[in-house]
Design a protein around this ligand. Structure first.
Ligand code: ATP
Ligand code: 3PG
Length: 394
């Protein structure tokens, strides 16, 4: 069911509680990647231009219901002020009388960033009293926090029960890109699944096998599939308890006519470090004392070709240990193949793959990079996102 958009709301003079995902990486109080803040700007600007009194709410990190000084949102307020070219005020709490007092002094178009909602124990418990306290600050609820939409928390789900609600522009865009990919994909449709563990990707592999023409496997999780085919994987990542599941997935691919691509060759190393000894071997020849940390050149070539021939590609999870340059080549090759494929719509499913594409300077060559890690994964698993379900239908 389509959800109401902020375009459907009369915003002038209304106090809007707008949930955003400003859960950005920080080092010593400095924001190291402001992508999520920039992605929320169109909604914030629109609310302000329409004459709303804009109250922004977000979590940062996992403070577990306690105030953690290093997780205050003050640096985010400063960055927002710079990006908007307009003063963004900051509250020291997320609700309550002092915040109400601050809100009462705001005029149309003004913006106030509330404090980290996860400083309150009720947030992650989806406590209705906290949800009501958030709602008491405003007339309308807007959710633009796609990255947190898989969480049923007080500021993402509970609050929508107390106020008229709608999706922001970022939420709308994420849902329409990912939704269209899964419901009405251009073909050939290819999914590339990598990352560390099969355990984290069971749902997404299973769901995508019903949808795609090609499934490409890489990253640490590939070695459970390699082992399931009867090859030794040395010290590579292996989930013994997922071997049967890996076989079932390969069987399902066959039944559904999905082309299933696995590494043919890999880069093995004698140590998990930049200076390790490394060599290229076929997957039948992984030495007992070595660990496969990236896909090899033949595999990169095959994956490149499949990508070039696809009309739509969804990518989640790196092909190797991309954080170490010596093992970043496979992930980079996939990113480059996507960048070069002019007729291919490329969707990057957030998290580490998004970080990798950024690292290689190829972010602006992708069609869509999701701001959601866990959220895009759950969406690709076909799950209902509570933060979306709670919003008013159109
Ligand atoms: N062959 C490998 N051996 C060991 N670790 C690997 C290998 N390939 C990839 N990784 C690691 O997997 C990690 C990413 O896995 P993860 O499952 O968290 O990916 P993701 O789903 O993209 O991330 P997120 O959970 O942030 O969305 C990276 O830190 C990478 O170094
Ligand atoms: O970074 C994310 O994926 C979102 O902000 C959600 O954060 P969480 O995993 O701490 O709920």
């Amino acid at each position: 069911m389509e959800k109401k958009s902020i375009k459907d709301l009369d915003l002038k003079g209304k106090k809007v509680f707008c949930r955003v995902d400003f859960n950005v990486p920080m080092e010593e109080g400095n924001i190291t990647d402001d992508t999520r803040i920039r992605a929320a700007l169109p909604t914030i600007q629109y609310l302000s231009e329409q004459g709303a009194i804009v109250l922004l709410a977000s979590h940062l990190g996992r403070p577990k219901g306690e105030v953690k000084e290093e997780l205050r949102l003050t640096p985010v307020a400063h960055r927002l002020t710079e990006l908007l070219g307009k003063e963004v005020a900051k509250a020291d709490e997320a609700y309550g009388d002092s915040v109400k007092e601050q809100v009462s002094k705001l005029g149309e178009g003004d913006i106030l960033l509330l404090e980290n909602v996860r400083f309150n124990a009720g947030e992650e418990k989806n406590d209705p009293e906290l949800a009501k306290a958030f709602a008491d600050l405003a007339d309308v609820y807007v959710n633009d926090a796609f990255g947190a939409a898989h969480r049923a928390h007080a500021s993402t789900e509970g609050i929508a029960k107390f106020l008229p609600s709608a999706a922001g522009f970022l939420m709308d865009k994420e849902l329409s890109v990912l939704g269209k990919a899964l419901s009405n994909p251009e073909r050939p449709f290819t999914a590339i699944i990598g990352g560390a563990k099969v355990k984290d990707k069971i749902g997404v592999i299973d769901h995508l096998l019903d949808k795609v023409d090609n499934l490409i496997i890489g990253g640490g999780l590939a070695y459970t599939f390699v082992k399931a085919l009867g090859h030794e994987v040395g010290k590579s990542l292996l989930e013994e308890d997922k071997l049967d599941l890996a076989r079932q997935f390969m069987e399902k691919a066959k039944e559904k006519g999905v082309q299933f691509y696995m590494p043919q060759d890999v880069i093995v190393a004698d140590d998990f470090s930049e200076n390790a000894n490394k060599k290229v071997v076929s997957i039948e020849e992984i030495p007992a004392d070595w660990e496969a940390l990236d896909i090899g050149p033949k595999t990169r070539e095959t994956y490149h070709k499949v990508i070039q021939e696809s009309k739509l590609v969804i990518w989640n999870g790196p092909m190797g240990v991309f954080e170490i340059n010596a093992f970043a080549g496979g992930t980079k090759a996939v990113a480059e193949a996507l960048a070069e494929a002019a007729d291919t719509y490329s969707v990057i499913g957030g998290g580490d793959s998004a970080a990798a594409v950024e690292k290689f300077g190829l972010a602006d060559r992708m069609s869509h990079i999701s701001t959601g890690g866990g959220a895009s994964l759950e969406f690709m698993e076909g799950k209902v996102l509570p933060g979306v379900a709670a919003l008013d239908d159109k």
